[in-house]
Design a binder for this molecule. Structure first.
Ligand SMILES: [Zn+2]
Length: 501
């Protein structure tokens, strides 16, 4: 498996004009005027998982106006009654790691050259997240004004929170994957470390690229978080500059002073140790690279000790298992025949995936290896990750549900569906359905400081609600049994959100 493409989906940014945060004010959709009384329904809210009981929820002005538990409440005057008999009601889900601008399956040139396909994908994008219950998404690296504006202008769309533009080490990951001429335009929010001099464009002013200046730009863009990286690169080319502990400490302190959450890309033992030592709030990936311990059976003591700290210090942990599993899609002959694919992407794009041009990424991944060999090597990496996730699950760590959709140009990371598949991976790695439910609701809301707005069924919160046939505490299959959603109080039947019916 070739790793220099994993997480290099940001290279797609190369072809885009620089992102201008000021151009995209966060304007919530007008709330529905209708008053709705959802009653006779089993309430499943993460702050009260010990009490799954029938109750009622009053939705008014796009918010949850009242929650009543127990039977026999009287319907408020003027409300429309929705009988939830036999159904479960949960808060909408939060995916805290998405990349809205990237089109799964498409290279930069293909996005530019196949505008009609890309535009159709972007139109469906907010609906596909909703289709699987995601009423909030957090984009960790905003890039394209038009994509963000269109997403927010859609009649129905998830709430969009973001980390603004990532704070990138000058000439480090991920900008180093672009040409020297392009990288500073694509990643304007770089930081320059005088202790690690590096080549910069003639008009680049290091004084504009301090930690303070970078975090200030992120704050001004309306972000809730700061995204940064500890990544030396992949394969043989592991020479990218990374932050010093002192600089990382300054990033953390500056983020905190600005009320921003520090999210760090770290998928190796070395990177996660660096981030934990530096008091990261959130680790944006699971640990699948163990360095010299890669071939060790079980869970080596050094890793176990680090995971103990992750659990004890309540560091937010996004396993992002579909980063790896989503690459396997090219080697699984049935993937594109899965009817769920056409629920979340337009039929024309799904047809294109199956063409030789649409399968270009397969050659990049395989590098001449057979399908069987690729799947076998992928399984080795996934097994390492499963051991990490399983251990953290036993310790009931502070899991945050984030998919990294799409993490690379793979068509195996489709919006909405990727979340569902991630849940199945997490379940397979040893997380319980309740842990997954909390990770995708209250844990995400608290970690990103948006728990005053979303994450539970409580009065005052946005009326983002899911009505489903099965209990999410029994099996993650429940999320594929959603029937009706309320998105900021607006009711929609799930099937109306599908790309094709
Ligand atoms: Zn990502």
């Amino acid at each position: 498996m070739k790793y220099n493409i994993v997480l290099a989906g940001l290279a797609l940014l190369a072809a885009l004009p620089p992102f201008d945060a000021k151009a995209t004010p966060a304007a919530p959709a007008a709330p529905s005027a209708e008053v709705v009384w959802i009653t006779n329904v089993k309430l499943v809210s993460p702050e009260k998982l010990d009490r799954i009981e029938p109750g009622s929820v009053l939705v008014k002005d796009g918010r949850i106006a009242a929650v009543q538990r127990g039977a026999g409440q009287r319907m408020p005057a003027g409300a429309r009654r929705v009988d939830g008999q036999g159904y479960y009601l949960t808060p909408g889900l939060i995916d805290s790691h998405v990349h809205l601008h990237a089109v799964p399956g498409m290279s930069v040139e293909q996005i530019q050259g196949q505008r009609a396909l890309a535009e159709a994908y972007y139109r469906q994008l907010p609906r596909s997240f909703l289709y699987y219950g995601y009423t909030s998404v957090i984009d960790l690296a905003l890039a394209d004004n038009k994509v963000v504006d269109d997403f927010r202008a859609a009649p129905l769309h998830p709430d969009l929170f973001h980390c603004g533009q990532p704070l990138v080490m000058a000439n480090g990951y991920p900008m180093a994957f672009l040409s020297p001429a392009q990288r500073f335009k694509t990643f304007p929010n770089t930081i320059y470390d005088p202790a690690q001099p590096t080549e910069v464009p003639p008009d680049y002013r290091p004084q504009d690229h301090t930690v303070q200046a970078g975090v200030a730009r992120i704050k001004a863009s309306g972000a809730v978080c700061v995204k940064t990286h500890f990544e030396r690169g992949f394969g043989q080319e592991r020479k990218l500059p990374v932050m010093s502990p002192a600089m990382y400490a300054e990033v953390g302190a500056t983020a905190k002073a600005n009320g921003l959450v520090l999210v760090t890309h770290a998928n190796s033992l070395e990177a996660q140790k660096f981030a934990v030592d530096g008091h990261a709030d959130v680790l944006a990936h699971g640990m699948w690279h163990w360095g010299s311990l890669d071939k060790q059976p079980g869970l080596p003591e050094e890793i176990r000790a680090l995971l103990e700290r992750v659990a004890d210090e309540r560091i937010g942990y996004q396993p992002t298992m579909q980063v790896l599993a989503g690459l396997d899609a090219y080697f699984q002959p049935d993937y594109l025949r899965d009817p769920r694919v056409r629920k979340v992407v337009p039929g024309a794009l799904a047809d294109w995936f199956a063409t030789p041009a649409g399968r270009w990424f397969k050659e990049e991944l395989a590098e001449g290896a057979s399908d069987h060999e690729v799947l076998a090597s992928s399984e080795v990496v996934l097994q390492r990750l499963r051991r990490v996730v399983g251990y953290l699950a036993k310790r009931d760590a502070n899991f945050l549900f984030g998919t990294d959709t799409p993490s690379s140009p793979t068509y195996g990371n489709l919006p909405g569906l990727n979340g569902y598949l991630e849940m199945r991976q997490l379940l397979g790695a040893g997380m319980s359905p309740a842990q997954i439910f909390r990770a995708a609701t209250i844990n995400n809301a608290r970690a990103f400081h948006v728990d005053d707005r979303v994450g539970t069924i409580e009065p005052g919160k946005q009326a983002n609600l899911l009505l489903m046939k099965h209990s999410p505490l029994e099996d993650v299959k429940a999320y594929d049994s959603i029937v009706t959603l309320w998105v900021g109080g607006r009711q929609v039947e799930r099937e109306q959100l599908a790309a094709s019916r």
